[in-house]
Write a protein that binds this ligand. Structure first.
Ligand SMILES: [Zn+2]
Length: 243
């Protein structure tokens, strides 16, 4: 019996470069991401929190004039639904982190419900990561986020390996990176930057911790929600100056 059209890895590798065969979406357990491509570049971009509208807008615009692949969450809210439970999508990249997020956001959930959500994510986690993660060596993953009053570079400085606070009066705008060479560049910028390179003891399931564990170049760009001009400026600076 012929199986329904499911592309094998070999077929994807053979035809993936043809525009016709390139998927426009990638989805895992209620998390659906739009894929925007521009030219050929080892830069990968990610917008993962659906309520961070400024970051989405800035990244969409950026992709019109800069090369790379961008993944943009289609959800409009911060959290996603997985098997009926709320989950912070930036906590789904490890089982440990997922469990903490599921428990925190669904205090009345049972262990069985959480296990069902975990199993659904187990089936898709690596699939999603294989798309998000940049090619080894020169590739870099750049994630764009927005924050509010509750979160700033001051929360990250104590748990970072190094910090360069060139703009201490504007703590909501900062870079967080996992590669010391990138930090060397970012610390020369007029902006705030922190380095989190060490393999973290506490795994919160976020992409930055996963990147540190797997020695992947990752840069997080945080800017206060609504501050579109500033986020555009910092994203351009990053793209222009990073190797
Ligand atoms: Zn975010």
């Amino acid at each position: 019996m012929k199986r329904p059209a499911a592309w094998s890895r070999r077929e994807l590798l053979a035809f993936g470069w043809l525009p016709f065969f390139r998927p426009k979406h990638i989805a895992v357990a209620g998390a659906r991401f739009r894929i925007l491509r521009n030219g050929r570049s080892t830069r990968h971009y990610l917008h993962i929190h659906g309520n961070e509208d400024t970051a989405r807008e800035v990244l969409e615009r950026h992709m019109e004039t800069h090369e790379g692949i961008a993944f943009l969450v289609e959800n409009q809210t911060r959290n996603l639904m997985v098997e009926g439970l709320q989950l912070d999508p930036n906590r789904m990249f490890s089982r440990v982190g997922t469990e903490i997020s599921l428990k925190g956001l669904n205090p009345d959930s049972t262990p069985e419900q959480r296990e069902a959500a975990q199993r659904t994510l187990d089936r898709g986690r690596e699939h999603l990561l294989s798309a998000f993660l940049p090619p080894p060596m020169r590739g870099v993953l750049i994630a764009v986020h927005n924050n509010s009053e509750q979160y700033s570079v001051m929360d990250e400085t104590p748990i970072s390996d190094a910090a360069s606070l060139r703009e201490a009066g504007n703590p909501h705008a900062f870079f967080l990176c996992t590669d010391p060479m990138d930090f060397a560049v970012l610390s020369q910028s007029p902006y705030n930057a922190v380095l989190q390179q060490k393999k973290p003891e506490e795994d919160d399931g976020s992409l930055s911790r996963l990147a540190a564990r797997r020695s992947i170049r990752y840069v997080n760009l945080e800017v206060r929600l609504g501050n579109k001009d500033r986020q555009t400026e910092m994203l351009r600076w990053l793209d222009w100056n990073l190797p």
